[in-house]
Design a protein around this ligand. Structure first.
Ligand SMILES: [Zn+2]
Length: 422
């Protein structure tokens, strides 16, 4: 992810947390979320499908294709940030016309766009969905979501979910106001938490180093205060999105204490009903790389097929993945004594590789700006900050010159007994 962008946001939003924290009660019913509004979909014809085995009437008659048994559905969760018709694109900023083209592509492909409520009902067992679904999420609370994206979602009748970090919800500068959010909630938007202050990983780490009690108190403020604030303004909230995708066991274990039933990362991959609901994959749609979107809505190739959700998640090591077909560093399943490990894939042994398609993704970071040396064909990336996660998974993607997609993955761990006191 683009850490400098988050840094810029954090400069705007000083790290300041609420003072009066009281842990909220456990949420007894994860689906009793009336705050996730659902709008009637009128802009596009639906397939008139009949939902069997569901208690939800909201979905009846609007899916683009026939619902299937829950285990056959795959969902591509899309993550967006900022939009502009004129400003230079970046990973975080997508051309508005490109968003329209993507929404049109979803419609033409016959993919059903589901609401967060439908997603949760499917995950927790009440609802059947079509085979191919998309869930649209938008992070942070950029004003352009209201000015640029919202009219397009309305036009297509697509529901969407806003992950808001509450210190940015001011209506000043490039940020949205609560009024804008309420306006959109009347027309397809629902709301989840993206923390209070959007902490940078070094901030999480600093609190972690202050001891478990202090760390948990910090987590509780970011989780609890943001949820309370959002619920005061918008109704019940029970979803969370990890800022920058960073998460660890302490965060995951404390989410349910604050009433969250689902949390989203930045690891790309199709979501099945088996997904760990507190570490749900998402495709972050960058303004500079349209292949991410194409891959997200490609439900047909091997590359786009579902995989065990745990394979690229922080805190777990995918022991079952075959080793990469080229030398890598750190070695698969190794344990390294550094929390800023340089990750290298030596691709010189691969023949017929289309170099422009090579990319690297790292758990907790999503796609990373790895450098590919054209002469040596060494793909390399070093994290811009210390990594606090015990395990990392690396994915390298490339196309052959004949157009076939390839992926290799491996995992390694960080020896925190060595790095913790540095
Ligand atoms: Zn964010």
């Amino acid at each position: 992810m683009k850490h400098y962008m988050y840094l810029a946001i954090l400069v705007i939003c000083q790290l300041a947390c609420g003072q009066n924290f009281d842990p909220p009660p456990l949420n007894p019913d994860p689906l009793s979320n009336e705050g996730l509004t659902h709008r009637p979909h009128t802009a596009r014809p639906s397939g008139g499908a009949v939902i069997s085995g569901t208690t939800t009437s909201s979905a009846n008659g609007r899916f683009r294709s026939q619902p299937v048994p829950r285990e056959r559905t795959r969902v591509a969760v899309l993550g967006y940030h900022n939009f502009s018709a004129t400003r230079p694109v970046s990973d975080m900023l997508l051309r508005t016309s490109e968003l329209r083209a993507q929404m049109e592509k979803i419609r033409r492909e016959g993919i059903t766009v589901i609401s967060m409520r439908e997603f949760l009902e499917w995950r927790f067992g009440n609802l059947q969905l079509p085979e191919k679904c998309v869930l649209i999420t938008l992070d942070d609370g950029w004003r352009s979501v209201y000015t640029d994206a919202y009219p397009i979602f309305r036009e297509y009748g697509y529901p969407f979910h806003l992950f808001l970090y509450t210190r940015y919800l001011t209506g000043r500068g490039d940020s949205m106001s609560p009024e804008m959010v309420r306006n959109m909630m009347a027309n397809g938007a629902s709301v989840g938490s993206h923390s209070v202050s959007h902490p940078y990983p070094s901030t999480w780490r600093r609190h972690q180093n202050a001891g478990q009690q202090a760390y948990h108190a910090f987590i509780d403020r970011e989780f609890g205060d943001s949820r309370r604030y959002l619920e005061q303004h918008f109704g019940q909230v029970n979803t969370y999105c990890y800022p920058g995708g960073y998460n660890d066991e302490a965060m995951v274990s404390r989410l349910p204490l604050h009433g969250y039933v689902a949390a989203f990362t930045v690891i790309p991959g199709k979501v099945t009903c088996e997904v760990d609901p507190l570490r749900i994959d998402r495709y972050m749609v960058f303004g500079t790389d349209h292949s991410i979107f194409r891959r997200a809505i490609d439900f047909g190739t091997q590359d786009a097929s579902s995989r065990p959700s745990s394979s690229a998640q922080p805190g777990r090591v995918a022991a079952s993945a075959p080793p990469p077909p080229f030398p890598v560093s750190p070695k698969p399943q190794s344990c390294v004594p550094s929390d800023v490990p340089t990750i290298t894939a030596q691709l010189s042994g691969l023949s017929g590789i289309n170099l422009s398609t090579v990319r690297m993704e790292v758990s907790g970071f999503g796609r990373v700006p790895a450098k590919l040396d054209a002469a040596s064909r060494s793909l390399q990336w070093t994290p811009p900050c210390r990594i606090y996660m015990p395990n990392l998974s690396v994915h390298v993607y490339w196309d052959s010159t004949d157009g076939t997609h390839h992926r290799a993955e491996w995992s390694f761990s960080i020896d925190q007994t060595v790095t913790i006191d540095q």
